[in-house]
Design a protein around this ligand. Structure first.
Ligand code: ADP
Ligand code: MG
Length: 440
């Protein structure tokens, strides 16, 4: 029997908030991580997308975080993208009670972010670029942040944020808890672990290659001029899709072409203002937009429930990009369809990607998508119904690996195994929310 949240040491008030959100039993990565994180241990976690990592690191933060003074957050969560930062903040706010949570990221004005920081933010969710700007402007200091989470560390590395992440970590409290999550634990992530974590416990769930095989992968030969029509057919059969393009311009053009053919399509990319991107994403999760046409960068870290289908309209850069893109469907153990549109001259590249991922699919002319393989059209509210959420189970088996202390270097020199973060169980007894601060 898996433990309950309460058995993992989660304070009752948080358990109740989880219940209200329709979350009754911990997912596997949550069972693995929460108890250790509640004790203040450093953790390095790997689990596939959709396996519930946000609450795995978020619940212990909410339970343990100290109360922040103005401009001095006590906990920091680093996120590679704005969308992910917003998603993390809103998921945590739904269970945070009196603990204040705010997100800061680029593409929007500074004024509100500065005001929030000035009021005091216990848990700050931040993208590296904007956070460094705010630090430079002395709108925030990280010296009192003694709980730090790096989410999607592999994407952080892919997007070139590691130097910024290092500079940021160097400014957080020397005695701190550092928790890192990633879909892969490769070299870059291992380096971060060596330099910034103290005898971390590694928890790994699922296969090292994210649940790629639970989706139905098709590779179709489609020449350039036929790609839009092929896309329209796939979206009509699958119901909703994220369609990947190489460039911003290409995404805008494809969204237009799809709209002209009667598909509700919208582009999402870094050239759009943040409020537009947020709106587009919401329209997609609400089902008002059926096709989200995205560049790789815009799509990183977006969590959308039940995308029926991913279409590689332009080929991915490499097998890692194929995985990241395809991981938008078949999340949390659901099935999904992944269609690659491959032009004649691109077959060799597609086959190379297949080889690297252990996929073995013939490249065929477009075939029909029958109801068995493509999930039914789903139009879901952005917040899935409670019963549905509780039923979802990510797949994979869990192993914990306690890293041998003698192999770990610790740049902070301090020993902190007995350190318990302050404020444990404050959740129940803590201060009343400052006016309006905790519920937004
Ligand atoms: P990851 O970060 O691993 O990709 P998320 O943390 O975004 O995954 O979680 C995926 C989805 O699963 C979210 O919609 C989240 O609310 C939901 N979820 C998380 N934990 C549970 C749980 N224990 N029971 C039911 N749903 C959950
Ligand atoms: Mg996540």
């Amino acid at each position: 029997m898996p433990p309950t949240f309460a058995q993992l040491g989660v304070p009752e008030s948080i358990c109740r908030a989880l219940e209200r959100s329709g979350i009754h039993k911990p997912f596997e990565i949550q069972s693995a991580v929460i108890a250790d994180a509640m004790e203040g241990r450093d953790i390095c976690g790997r689990a596939p997308t959709g396996s519930g990592k946000t609450l795995a690191f978020g619940i212990p933060l909410i339970a343990n975080v100290g109360q922040a003074r103005p401009r001095r957050p006590r906990a920091l969560i680093l996120s590679p993208t704005r969308e992910l930062a917003e998603q993390i903040a809103s998921e945590l706010r739904s269970i945070s009670g009196p603990v204040t949570v705010a997100a800061v990221y680029g593409g929007v004005g500074y004024t509100n972010q500065r005001k929030q920081l000035q009021r005091g933010v216990d848990i700050l969710v931040a993208c590296p670029g904007r956070l460094e700007d705010l630090i430079d402007q002395q709108s925030v200091s990280l010296h009192e942040a003694d709980q730090v989470v790096i989410d999607e560390a592999d994407r952080m590395a892919d997007m070139g944020f590691l130097p910024a992440v290092r500079r940021i970590l160097d400014q957080t409290a020397a005695q701190r808890q550092t928790v890192m999550f990633s879909a892969t634990l490769d070299d870059d992530v291992a380096k971060l672990t060596r330099h910034y974590q103290d005898r971390p416990i590694t928890h790994e769930v699922g296969d090292a290659t994210p649940d790629i095989l639970s989706a139905d992968h098709r590779f179709w030969t489609v020449e350039k001029s036929e790609r839009v029509a092929a896309c329209v057919d796939v979206i009509a059969a699958a119901g909703s899709a994220i369609v990947f393009c190489r460039t911003r311009h290409g995404s805008d053009r494809l969204a237009r072409q799809l709209s002209q053919r009667g598909v509700n399509a919208a582009a999402i990319h870094g050239g759009h203002a943040q409020n537009r991107r947020t709106r587009t994403l919401k329209e997609f999760t609400d089902g008002r937009v059926e096709a989200l046409v995205a560049t790789d960068v815009a799509a990183r870290g977006i969590h959308v429930d039940s995308v029926a289908c991913v279409i590689h309209f332009d080929p991915p850069e490499d097998h890692k990009a194929y995985l990241h893109r395809s991981g938008r469907t078949a999340r949390a153990g659901q099935t999904g369809l992944v269609v690659s549109l491959v032009q004649t001259g691109q077959h060799a590249d597609a086959q190379k990607i297949q080889r690297q991922l252990g996929l073995n699919q013939p490249i065929t002319s477009p075939d029909s998508i029958d109801g068995n393989t493509a999930p039914p059209r789903r139009r879901r509210p952005s917040q899935p119904p409670a019963a549905d959420r509780a039923d979802r189970k990510p797949n994979g088996s869990h192993q914990a690996r306690h890293d041998r202390p003698d192999r770990q270097t610790n740049n902070r020199g301090g020993k902190k195994s007995n350190r318990k973060p302050q404020g444990r169980n404050q959740h129940r007894s803590r201060r009343k929310p400052r006016s309006g601060a905790s519920s937004r």
